[in-house]
Each structure stands twice: as structure tokens, then as C-alpha cells.
Design a protein around this ligand. Structure first.
Ligand code: NI
Ligand code: MN
Length: 227
């Protein structure tokens, strides 16, 4: 069975692998590029990379409505319990959890993680997903870091990387990231949601493919890629 990844704008992806659905950073309400409403989404798991509103997004509402299990760092796990979310699994950087359908591991990310109400959100993270022999690396919000090379050593099938600049890596550092990770495929994210992160993604994709040989796909919000 295929592993499919659908982009809902900004950093939000729905990963479907066999029977399991994994929603990452569901910023739907208030996202000017989202093609859907949060009510349209159903999922089994929600992964939250850090506490900022454009990543935590609709997590509380979707978790309560669907009963999905939220996987995040320990601090956000505690905060979600305080919000009345029942099914929450805490992880921390470098740690992973095995399920019958695959594995989720947290990676480092260089960024902040304060929650919308000012609560401490611990350290931000990225995600490594191991699904049916495929590996997906979602970098989430981060600057470039050399340890991306270690992540690449795992053999990444799909890398999801921010290119927006200002809050995360910009286009040039994202190309350097591709050289460190050497994934089979890559998709750019975290651009054009707001004016301050406007980028020309097709132009970036052309430059990135030429410099790195990685197969880059620019998705429109709502479009999918097979991993
Ligand atoms: Ni952020
Ligand atoms: Mn962000």
C-alpha cells in the first residue's frame, strides 16, 4: 500500500499509510492558504512540532472531535492535558515510539516553542516517520543545522523543508539542507502564508534540483505526493 502525503498549506500535512492517518501541525483556522476547514479533517494521530500558533493550530479542537492521539514533546503534552485533550503521548528529542503501523521519532530543530497563552512549550522538534519501509523527515520550523547530515544517513525518501526565510531557513539554506540530507524527494513548505515569508517555490525547485539532483515537487495546498 502506498504512503501518501497531502499538504494543507504552511507546515500542515496529512500522511496516509495503509489504515493509519497522521496529521502534522494542523494550522487550518486562520491560515489564509488552507484549502479546507478543520471540521473536514479526520485523523488517528496529530503530531505537534512546537507551541507556536501556526503549528499547534487546531490541535485541541481536532483531537477532542476525533479522539486522535496527539504526539508532541513532554511540555506540550502537559499543556494539552490541561486543555482537556484525553489522548496524548509525550516524546522528547531523539526518542521515538513504535506502533504496529510504524515509528515516530523526534529530531532537533533550532527555533522557539512558546505556547499561545505564554506557557512554556519546551524545545521545538522535527519528525522522522518510518512507514512501510519509507522514511519521511518533516523538518518543521528550523534553521539550517549540520546534524541534518545524521538524519540523512538514515536514508530519507521524502524531506519536507521550510524555505520561507524570516522565521526559518530561507531558500539558500534549504538547498544546503538538501545537500546534507540527500533525500530521494523533497517538498518545500512554510512560504507564502504571510507576506513576510513570500518565496518563488518553482524557481527554488528548479535551482534545488540543478544543484542537488534531488527530485523536488512544489505542491499546491490540497495536493498530494506519493512517498
Ligand atoms: Ni514557529
Ligand atoms: Mn512556523
Amino acid at each position: 500500500m502506498a504512503v501518501n502525503a497531502t499538504w494543507y498549506g504552511h507546515a500542515c500535512f496529512l500522511i496516509e499509510s495503509g489504515e493509519v492517518r497522521i496529521l502534522i501541525d494542523p494550522f487550518i483556522t486562520g491560515n489564509p492558504t488552507s484549502p479546507i476547514q478543520q471540521q473536514d479533517l479526520s485523523t488517528d494521530y496529530i503530531l505537534v512540532s512546537h507551541g507556536h500558533g501556526d503549528h499547534l493550530g487546531d490541535t485541541v479542537e481536532i483531537a477532542k472531535r476525533t479522539g486522535a492521539t496527539v504526539i508532541s514533546n513532554y511540555e506540550i503534552h502537559n499543556w494539552l492535558l490541561g486543555q482537556g485533550v484525553k489522548n496524548v503521548h509525550p516524546l522528547h528529542i531523539g526518542g521515538g515510539v513504535n506502533h504496529p503501523w510504524g515509528r515516530v521519532k523526534l529530531t532537533i530543530a533550532h527555533h522557539g516553542s512558546g505556547l499561545p497563552d505564554g506557557s512554556y512549550g519546551g524545545n521545538p522538534c522535527g519528525f522522522l516517520l518510518y512507514l512501510q519501509g519509507k522514511k519521511i523527515y518533516h523538518a518543521c520550523d528550523t534553521g539550517l543545522f549540520y546534524d541534518m547530515k545524521l538524519i540523512g544517513e538514515e536514508g530519507i525518501d521524502l524531506a519536507i523543508l521550510p524555505i520561507g526565510d524570516n522565521f526559518t531557513m530561507g531558500p539558500e539554506d534549504a538547498i544546503r539542507a538538501l545537500k546534507l540530507i540527500q533525500p530521494k524527494k523533497a517538498v518545500p513548505i512554510h512560504y507564502n502564508t504571510f507576506d513576510v515569508i513570500k518565496q518563488d517555490a518553482p524557481l527554488w525547485a528548479t535551482a534545488a534540483e540543478k544543484e542537488t539532483g534531488v527530485n523536488v515537487t512544489v505542491l499546491e495546498p490540497g495536493q498530494s505526493i506519493e512517498v
